[in-house]
Design a binder for this molecule. Structure first.
Ligand SMILES: [Zn+2]
Length: 272
């Protein structure tokens, strides 16, 4: 028993089965057989519901060149070959590459099509990755810089006001001390009018109240500006696309990460 696999058979990837008859040493008979049907091994697909799973068998005798078609379907469906302008039902007959065949009432093909390479199954096209857009986040650096700058300025102002408060206390004490100094300068023998004694404490109180009022107003102003600065920063320092907040992160780190942790949009800095 010898199985002959020539390139043609190999080329059809085993779709065409081959078998050998009993052979004598001098006479190798190679037959090719193709099962034609919805589940056949012909090189094209058949999806016609009137065609049986194994509708017909095509046999090709390589030695003699003889091609035979044998019907395997139910007689009411049938296999037909074209004779002139008409199709004629057959159970078995010889055909050639130009014979037109009809399986059942509709499906037709030409015998030559059985020798074509099977259609390559369509590679399912890879789902195209949606192109990720890139966003310039250079302005975020400015946002962070402005925030830090304003924060620093406000802190400096607050420190100044705190110093002023201390100064006002010292000043008030000093003013309060004016009265006894004046009294001493004038001398104990001279009678000093009562309002003289009140000059020092009076100035001190006015000075203190004025400064305290100023400091309190300035402090409130700073607190307001600070919270406004924080608010602006939190609103502006975020992903330009999905607005996930970056507050607290260093701009350099955001840029180094290269993309938004949430929406994955890619970042770049046009000014670098
Ligand atoms: Zn985002």
């Amino acid at each position: 028993m010898l199985v002959h696999l020539d390139p043609f058979v190999m080329g059809l990837n085993g779709l065409i089965s081959c078998f050998t008859n009993t052979v004598s040493e001098l006479n190798i008979i190679t037959m090719r057989q193709i099962i034609i049907g919805r589940e056949g091994n012909q090189p094209f697909a058949i999806n016609d519901e009137y065609v049986s799973r194994q509708h017909a068998i095509f046999t090709y005798d390589e030695r003699t060149g003889l091609m035979t078609l044998t019907d395997k379907s139910r007689p009411e469906v049938g296999t037909f070959i074209r004779m002139g302008n008409q199709f004629q039902q057959i159970t078995q007959c010889n055909v050639d590459a130009t014979t037109d065949i009809r399986l059942g009432p509709f499906f037709t093909f030409r015998v030559g099509q059985l020798f074509q390479s099977p259609a390559q199954p369509q590679q399912p096209s890879k789902p195209q990755k949606p192109k990720l857009e890139k966003i310039d986040i250079a302005y975020l650096r400015k946002v962070a810089e402005n925030y830090e700058e304003t924060k620093l300025k406000l802190e400096q102002k607050q420190a100044n006001i705190n110093s002023l408060r201390t100064l006002s206390l010292v000043g008030s004490l000093a003013a309060g001390a004016i009265s006894p100094i004046i009294t001493n300068m004038v001398g104990k023998d001279v009678e000093i009018p009562l309002y003289y004694h009140l000059i020092g404490p009076g100035i001190a109180v006015i000075f203190l109240v004025a400064l305290m009022m100023y400091c309190s107003k300035a402090s409130k102003d700073i607190i307001l500006k600070k919270s406004q600065n924080d608010k602006n920063y939190k609103i502006s320092f975020c992903c330009p696309k999905c607005h996930v907040p970056f507050a607290g992160k260093l701009y350099e780190n955001i840029l180094a990460e290269g993309k938004c942790p949430k929406c994955k949009v890619e970042f770049y800095d046009s000014k670098i």
